[in-house]
Design a protein around this ligand. Sequence first.
Ligand code: R5P
Length: 316
Amino acid sequence: MPVFEDLKVFGGNAHPELLNDICAYLGIGPGEIEVFKFSNDNTFVRILENIRERDVFIVQPLSAPVNDNLMELLIMLDAARRASAGRITAVIPYYAYGRSDKKDQPRVPITARLVANLIEVSGADRVLTIDLHAGQIQGFFNIPVDELSAVPMLSNYYLEKNFEDVVVMATDVGDAKRAGDTAKILNADIAIIEKHRIGNKEMVEVSNLIGEVGGRTAIIVDDEILTGGTVIAAAEALVERGAKEIWCGVTHGILSGRSPELIENSAIKEFLVTDTLPISEDKRGTKTKLMSVASLLGEAIYRIHNGHSVGAMFEE
Ligand code: R5P
């Protein structure tokens, strides 16, 4: 029995393909909504159907242009609340500003917390997301957060390849849990690189690699790829230490600047990435393999709507 009235799923302009795929999984059409900008650059939203007392899900990853997409999300939440929705869930497959989750330099903001506050005051009753940059960001919200993980689906892809001698590579200490979870599914070892960021310049350097990688198939895992600096540095360290083959699997493909080209020209054999963000054709190289999170999100929405366990999805 659904806890709230009918299920309605809406989306803004950030990722219409994912919205359609989620709705196809649920066997419903996307809700009718208009979201556009006036000539003065102000965003306008109008929900074009009755949602009074409905269970409303608003799908909007915080992809580029991040601030426009965030603003669209906030305004859609506000519109849904003022239209008397019964319950509103912000479905944010990719949560931007996740790296700004602590004061690690003097006089800097904690933007991940600010964004959480904005989402709450705009009217969200719950949040559904995938692979936050740090799990603790859940605590920036005072409303329930369901954080799904793409690790099982990415790991199962590699499991089906039946690699013989695998090592899962964490790109820094903070990534060790993800690497450990992947390694558990693959029954593999893990290795870790010691990475340092150089100021705020989006550059990284590797000072050490811990673990046995020589002659082995290495899978680099990470939550996101932005400039590509991290995974390219990890791949170079693996080549230097004699890894046999290098694969790379990440959840969020932000793929800024020259990163698609860097991946294309690297020793990485295949770059596996999900569609939490839209990845345009020009960002997909010959090594890119896309995996959709539509069924993961669709199933979670179905379970939230019907009051079933979301955690059970990861036990099965
Ligand atoms: C860092 O802590 C993250 O897990 C990623 O490694 C990082 O955000 C990737 O950024 P880039 O591709 O610019 O090195």
